[in-house]
Design a protein around this ligand. Structure first.
Ligand SMILES: [Mg+2]
Length: 265
């Protein structure tokens, strides 16, 4: 009997056009990757049901006991359920979320070398856009596309996440941002950056996967990649990742050699 792969989940939200004429494209997770702290973790830990339950939720996702979609929705519901409006949360995050120390230099390098950066996030677009504009300025922020989930603010002031792929257990299946590139006659080389359980759907599809090492020990994507045997490069910050990306972009290193290094020092 013939087997078929699962069909691609239907997206309820639009995608930006593919960067068809580029040699390299950077796709990156936002929370905890471009930022030092995950904004959704921040909200859940500080304004929702707290770190202990949130952390258990992440570990349950990693172990396959629950889907990211369902566990993550619960985390955010605990924030809204505590009476925190979406606008309040956005302002709190603008005050408390900071960029990875090397990201600005990385962004400038990519801009100079015609390498688009697209944020691929399981967070909600209005928060990402507000925090990103606050951190790098509106003009630069507008050059970075965001493929993420959305928010639904209800009439009573409560809010909930609106998933891009509601039929997928990932809520946002990040592989769907990579696979269309694979179908191009001359696909660009895809660098993907991530850190956590929200990146599990993308991990095996990138040409060069960078996995962030977290000082807090919440290295869920690294644990997933080791378990699944997915080649990746550990990086502590974008400054270190930049050295590897520049070697590949400028032809000094192949993608395979970069992955063989295993770590960006
Ligand atoms: Mg993340």
């Amino acid at each position: 009997m013939a087997t078929t792969e699962d069909p691609a989940p239907k997206s309820t939200l639009p995608y930006p056009p593919l960067h068809k004429d580029k040699k390299f494209v950077v796709l990156s997770d936002w929370d905890g990757t471009i930022t030092t702290r995950d904004s959704n973790d921040y909200m859940t830990d500080e304004l929702g049901y707290g770190m202990e339950k949130r952390r258990q939720g992440n570990l349950d996702i990693l172990a396959g006991k629950v889907t990211f979609r369902d566990a993550f929705r619960e985390m955010l519901e605990s924030v809204s359920g505590n009476g925190h409006s979406f606008e309040f949360c956005k302002e709190e995050l603008k005050k408390n979320i900071v960029l990875d120390a090397g990201f600005k230099d990385f962004y400038r390098y990519c801009k100079r070398h015609d390498v688009p950066i697209v944020i691929i996030s399981s967070g909600m677009a209005p928060i990402i856009r507000a925090v990103l504009s606050n951190l790098i300025g509106e003009e630069d922020s507008n050059t970075i596309e965001i493929v993420s989930n959305e928010v639904e603010v209800h009439e009573d002031g409560t809010w909930s996440i609106k998933y891009r792929h509601p039929t997928s257990g990932f809520g946002h299946d990040k592989s769907q941002a990579i696979l269309p590139y694979r179908a191009l006659p001359e696909p660009p080389l895809i660098f993907f950056f991530g850190d956590g359980v929200s990146d599990m759907s993308a991990a095996r599809h990138a040409d060069v996967l960078f996995v962030k090492e977290k000082p807090d020990g919440e290295n869920d994507l690294a644990a997933y990649c080791v378990r699944e045997g997915i080649p990746h490069i550990l990086f502590a910050d974008f400054g270190r990742a930049l050295a590897v990306v520049a070697d590949v972009v400028e032809g000094r290193t192949s993608a395979k050699q970069a992955l063989d290094r295993g770590r960006a020092d």
